[in-house]
Structures are given as C-alpha cells and as structure tokens.
Write a new protein. Sequence first.
Length: 333
Amino acid sequence: MSQPRLILPADLRRDGRDPTALVRAHNKGELVRIRRGVYTKSADWNQLGPLPRYGLQAAAFQALAPRQPVFCHASAVLLWGLWIVGVPTKLHVVTEVVASGRSRNGVVRRAGSLLAHTLRCGPFLLTDKLSTTMSQINMLDFPYAVAVCDSALRGPDRRHAVNYFSTGDPSPSLHQPSWMTDGPQGPAVLVEELRAAAGLLGSKAARERTLTVINFASTLSGSAGESISRAKMHQLGFPAPVLQKQFILRGGDAAFVDFWFKEQNMAGEFDGRAKYQRGDWGGGSVEERLWKEKRREDDIRSQGIGFVRWTWSDVRTREQFAALLRRAGLPQH
C-alpha cells in the first residue's frame, strides 16, 4: 500500500471547510490522531505495522515543527533502516539548547549541532550513519550493538527498497526512507571510519568497549537475528562460525547458509518469520516458500551436513539458546 496521507487542519481551511470536522471524524473512529493536530485515516493506520507507524509519527512531528527537525539516536537508527530490535517508544531529535535529554509529548531532545553530521534520507534530516551508529554502540548491550554495527557496514539493498515519500528528486544523495524496507539505506559506513571515531571517545573503557563491537562486526550478516545470534554464540563460548557458506545443490544452484561450523560439519540457520512472509524471497505463497526451503535443507543434509535452526524465541533466552546448540552437537567452552 502507499504511504497514508497526513491530514492537518490547514488542509481543511484551504478548501474552505471547518477544521473541527477532524475532531468529529476522530470521535467517530474515522480518523486516527497521530499527534495533536495531525490525523490520518483509520483504515490506513490499521493496516500499518509498528515500524511504518513510527515513521508516520516522525512525519507528523515534522509537519508541525517550525523548522525541519534532525532525528537522531534510536529514531535515526530506524529511519536509516539499521537493525534494532523493537520500535522506539519516543522520537529522538537534536536540539542546540543546552538542557537536553528531556522528554515531552513523546519527544526526547538531545544536545547537538543542527548543522554538523546531518544527511537527508527521504523527507527527513538524520544524523549521519557514522554518528548514529556510534551513539548506539555506546548505549546498547553487545549483541544489539553488533546488529546495528553490522547493518551500518552494509550498503543499501535496492531489491527491497520502496519509496513511500517520492519527491521527484533523482539525486542519488536523496535516500529512500527505510522503515518499510528490508535493508539499510544510504552509503555503507567504513570500518576505518568507525575505528577512527572510537579513538576520539573520552575514556579508555569506552574506546575498548566500542572497538570490541567494531572488530567483531561483519558485512556478511544478513539480518538482525543473524547478528544477535552470532554475538550470543560468542558470549556463550561456542565456536565461531563461517558466515554465508556456499553449497551447490543437486540441480547446480548455489545455496548459502547463515552459519557454517566447519569442525562439526554443521550448518546453522536463524529463522525469522519475516523471511518467509517477504514477497521477494523465494516467490510463490508462504507454503511454497517453506516447501522450497525444506527441499533446500534436505539437499544440503544429503551431502552429509548436519543442520540446526533457531528462532527469535530461542535466541532471546541465553540458557535456551545454549541448550539448543549443545543438543545439536556444538561444543561450549
């Protein structure tokens, strides 16, 4: 579906209509109030998932702002399409006012320059990916910091990008908004840039912690689930896997597995539900994709390869994840 349209009182005034009609429509359930003074059709809102709803909330905040806001921290992470788990509960914006960090009306204002390290992504101004990534590496637990860092090192995947705020500007610097896409937007961050930024941190402990995340990160991770799985394997003392190992199937096609444990002759796969629901993955219905995936796994197993799979439910609990990997035959040190 196309991006739902924001409806403001000024829209009705332009057409000579009474703006209070928006309140009446809201009371009848025909409209949803996204922010005070900004509405959208309930039918459109109800079709949106958490990520696009958050993106629409950012657009609603921007529509009423006296000057275009610069989104930062968790908001910039999501709008850049970097890998975070869950959806932020508040919007995060840059303010040049010294007293920052206060939350009001669902918006957290963080001190910073509105002129430095800012790039455009679709209709939004965001802190650049390097600054955004560094802010999260220093705030998140190791597995989740690795997921953000892995995604920052990847370039955009245009196969999955959908421009929900087309501006007609063909400039390659105008990136598509990404809360409805399956990959990071904008140019990839270079690992050398991350290491240089880490070197500027104020304390030795912060520098060491940040470099641990950066040095562990990989461009080969295919999703947040894969990144978090890999980081938790490391924390739990399991062997380091090879990422995106290629196998040749009977028909001659190449197949890649998320993780390959060479010494154990075992493949590992993180199964997120979204993989099977995504329209571009495998083609056909969800049932057909599942059947195709089963045949792919059976083909790899026929080559004498062991196989272990896990889901979000498994990886969220350390003990459950560790037990699953041990039962599959992976040694834990």
